[in-house]
Design a protein around this ligand. Structure first.
Ligand SMILES: [Zn+2]
Ligand SMILES: [Zn+2]
Length: 352
């Protein structure tokens, strides 16, 4: 079958590989119809942080059609439309036992500890699959995974109603969080995003104000002149809630500087190297920093929202690309050149 495989840092290749013959008794073989490229795929490609075994087929955000089921599988049958849970947690560590499998000490992901979805077929245990809600296009269903992450961010931010919220980074997670916050009636929302196309797209879908947009040089608009803009946006109540989804050190400090006493920052962006932040600001203004990692039940919980949000979500995904184009697309995405929030790969699509 056709697949895209990761061989090491910066080394992603299109290949034709054999389909594994044996399907375990609890496993399901899925014909991948749509798979999303995640920021974590790009992060791993650039840094090698989660390269557990190589080569590996990446891709953990997908939807497809059941092609074959193992002898012991009773919940799914051929032709069922399913989407995948990306997490492979151990179930035994203190975090798992405390009901927080998203911060499992031995956490692994589909596409890192086992072959993922950038291929025509993926094999996964039946327990890692969810049913696609009726009528939802599979390209949209593939967004259930990052939407679960975005819902986790919204939960961790836990904003009060009618309170201004700044979202730094309106890419896949920040942009989807904006869509969820808007749908759930929170806001007003203000976004800061270096990619002006993305900023415009998210603003048009959510009514968010664009507080800063433009090339990388202005990645810290909150940090400098933009602090005024944020202050004006937040108005008299001051800024109590912000989401950091860029992984930029300047942005973290800009946001910490903009939050009012007792404010809360939900952090989901991944950093290269160790970020330094203004610890005194946190102490002196009793700021709260909350990390956000994947999801617990949030992916399951977004499923009923998919039909309601399908029209909006279908506008944030790229036209599907064939597997052959994926290695080149990684480069474009790393440069921040996509006008969409999510690049969708359609493995069944022939190379053009
Ligand atoms: Zn992801
Ligand atoms: Zn665990």
């Amino acid at each position: 079958m056709r697949a895209v495989r990761l061989y090491g840092i910066g080394d992603l290749r299109f290949e034709v590989i054999p389909v594994r013959r044996e399907l375990g008794p609890q496993d399901v073989r899925i014909r991948v119809r749509a798979a999303g490229v995640c920021g974590s795929d790009l992060h791993n490609f650039r840094t090698g942080q989660w390269m557990r075994q190589l080569p590996i087929t990446p891709g953990h955000e997908f939807a497809g059609e059941v092609a074959e089921v193992g002898a012991g599988v009773t919940d799914f049958k051929c032709g069922d439309l399913v989407l995948g849970d990306s997490r492979v947690s151990c179930g035994r560590c203190p975090s798992c036992r405390a009901g927080r499998p998203n911060v499992c000490e031995r956490m692994g992901y589909v596409g890192e500890v086992c072959d993922g979805a950038f291929a025509e077929m993926i094999d996964l245990p039946a327990e890692r699959l969810l049913t696609v809600p009726h009528g939802v296009p599979l390209q949209v269903a593939a967004l259930a995974e990052p939407l679960g992450v975005a819902l986790r961010v919204v939960r961790r931010l836990d904003p009060a109603k009618d309170s201004p919220i700044v979202i730094a980074g309106a890419g896949p997670i920040g942009g989807l969080a904006a869509i969820l916050l808007n749908h759930l009636g929170f806001g007003p929302l203000g976004i800061i995003e270096r990619n002006t196309d993305r900023a415009g797209l998210v603003a048009s879908l959510t009514g968010a104000f664009i507080l800063g947009a433009g090339p990388a040089g202005s990645a810290g608009p909150v940090a400098s002149a933009g602090a005024d803009v944020v202050r004006r946006f937040a108005g008299q109540s001051g800024l109590r809630y912000a989401i950091e989804a860029t992984g930029s050190r300047a942005m973290v400090n800009g946001l910490l500087g903009s939050l009012t006493g007792g404010g809360r920052l939900a952090m989901v962006g991944l950093f290269r190297g160790e970020p330094a932040f203004d610890a005194n600001a946190v102490v002196e203004r009793e700021l709260e920093i909350r990390g956000c990692s994947v999801f617990c039940e949030e992916q399951r919980e977004v499923l009923p929202l998919l039909p309601l949000l399908a029209a909006q979500l279908s506008r944030v995904i790229s036209p599907g690309i064939p597997l052959e184009r994926l290695p080149g697309e990684y480069g474009r995405l790393i440069l921040g050149q996509s006008a969409f929030l999510k690049t969708i790969v359609e493995p069944w699509r022939p190379a053009t």
